[in-house]
Design a protein around this ligand. Structure first.
Ligand SMILES: CC(C)(COP(=O)(O)OP(=O)(O)OC[C@H]1O[C@@H](n2cnc3c(N)ncnc32)[C@H](O)[C@@H]1OP(=O)(O)O)[C@@H](O)C(=O)NCCC(=O)NCCS
Length: 155
């Protein structure tokens, strides 16, 4: 691998969704089986979206969502297995963090087993604040008092 052939991009138009789907199926256990349609939606609603290329081959990807001032979250960080361990993962996350919309108070991310990798970039374990809501199609589980309050706020 010649380093000069590798480049990073923040251009959405460059993302080949079929290559991205393949990369996720290969190396991202949480993102296997995602459809092209859903990947398109996720990318359209993310900023920045950073891709890593060896010439025409997609070898890395990461995306984030940010409010531009307070909080941002990084998602779907992956480097192709054949290119791991060469410093590209750190450069990928640093490229995400360097983007203007990522200059916020706090950047969050969720990781199952890559804590040591993110610690090298400066992330700290934060076990006290994280909660998750698994998407519910049945909204009847929301307490009715809350719903009435929301309705009254509409004025
Ligand atoms: C995690 C991942 C993005 C790291 O990318 P990478 O290109 O292999 O990482 P780098 O080569 O930039 O590694 C940078 C440093 O982190 C270390 N590192 C990388 N992964 C590590 C791990 N799992 N545990 C401990 N250290 C790790 C490297 O040894 C290197 O250390 P050094 O600078 O002292 O040599 C890549 O392994 C990957 O895509 N894994 C599968 C998908 C995944 O788990 N993504 C994260 C989801 S939250």
């Amino acid at each position: 691998m010649k380093n000069s052939q590798i480049h990073f991009s923040d251009r959405l138009t460059e993302i080949d969704l079929y290559q991205l789907q393949h990369l996720f199926n290969l190396a991202a256990f949480w993102a296997k089986g995602r459809s092209i349609k859903d990947l398109r939606t996720a990318i359209a609603n993310s900023k920045p979206v950073i891709s890593v290329w060896n010439q025409e081959q997609l070898i890395g990807f990461a995306r984030a969502a940010s409010d531009g001032i307070y909080r941002a979250t990084i998602w779907d960080v992956v480097i192709h297995p054949e290119y791991q361990g060469k410093g590209l993962g750190i450069k990928l996350v640093e490229t995400v963090l360097a983007h203007p919309v990522m200059q916020v108070e706090r950047v969050y991310l969720m990781t199952t087993n890559q804590q040591k990798f993110y610690e090298k970039i400066g992330f700290q374990t934060n076990s006290t604040t994280t909660m998750v809501l698994y998407n519910q199609t049945d909204l009847s589980s929301i307490p009715t008092g809350e719903v009435k309050l929301q309705e009254s706020l509409k004025g």
